[in-house]
Design a protein around this ligand. Structure first.
Ligand SMILES: Cc1cc2nc3c(=O)[nH]c(=O)nc-3n(C[C@H](O)[C@H](O)[C@H](O)COP(=O)(O)OP(=O)(O)OC[C@H]3O[C@@H](n4cnc5c(N)ncnc54)[C@H](O)[C@@H]3O)c2cc1C
Length: 142
């Protein structure tokens, strides 16, 4: 049976996590990228905007997620119940998961309500990531 993996976030950390999962877990994982913003923003180009030499590049997340073997869900995770393995959206909907990867940048999910999350917590490693997990510095996998 497939393990479900919920990735909270839609930035480069989330996409890299999805790509790594596709590579490492393949068909064993059913991956969902969950982010309130429907597009991926490529920030490095932003530095040239004030000088008129570049524009901020944005790409729709849905096709990017699909290219990484994942599904896109437009939602914002507000809190996590680790014992029940449920992520709760800001609209109050519960999303069950087997594995959760958290990469919405620090402080955007209520760490007090999801023990073990937050920038001061060590990254917890799932079997999917194995030795590759130390490369995912912006990511907490629980
Ligand atoms: C102007 C500028 C230039 C940069 N240039 C470079 C560069 O040249 N090279 C480099 O390596 N880095 C650069 N960076 C840094 C780089 O952009 C960040 O390190 C990178 O974006 C971090 O990726 P991330 O996925 O962790 O977070 P983000 O890109 O910030 O993505 C966070 C994602 O989480 C989502 N999210 C937020 N809250 C929630 C929630 N509650 N539930 C679900 N999803 C949520 C957001 O919608 C977003 O999709 C630059 C940054 C800036 C601002």
């Amino acid at each position: 049976m497939k393990e479900s993996v919920l990735i909270a976030g839609g930035g480069v950390a989330a996409l890299e996590a999805a790509l790594a999962l596709e590579d490492l877990a393949g068909d064993r994982a059913e991956v969902t990228i969950c982010s309130p913003r429907p597009n991926f923003v490529y920030r490095p180009y932003a530095v040239g905007v004030p000088y008129g030499v570049s524009r901020v590049a944005t790409y729709w997340l849905e096709p990017l997620a699909a290219a990484a073997g994942a599904r896109y869900r437009c939602d914002s995770i507000a809190s996590v119940d680790r014992e029940a393995r449920l992520a709760v959206t800001h609209d109050g909907e519960s999303i069950p998961y087997d594995n959760l990867i958290v990469c919405p940048k620090s402080g955007q999910i209520d760490g007090k309500r999801c023990h073990g999350l937050g920038p001061d917590q060590p990254t917890l490693i799932t079997e999917f990531f194995g030795n590759h997990a130390h490369n995912a510095r912006n990511t907490n996998a629980i």
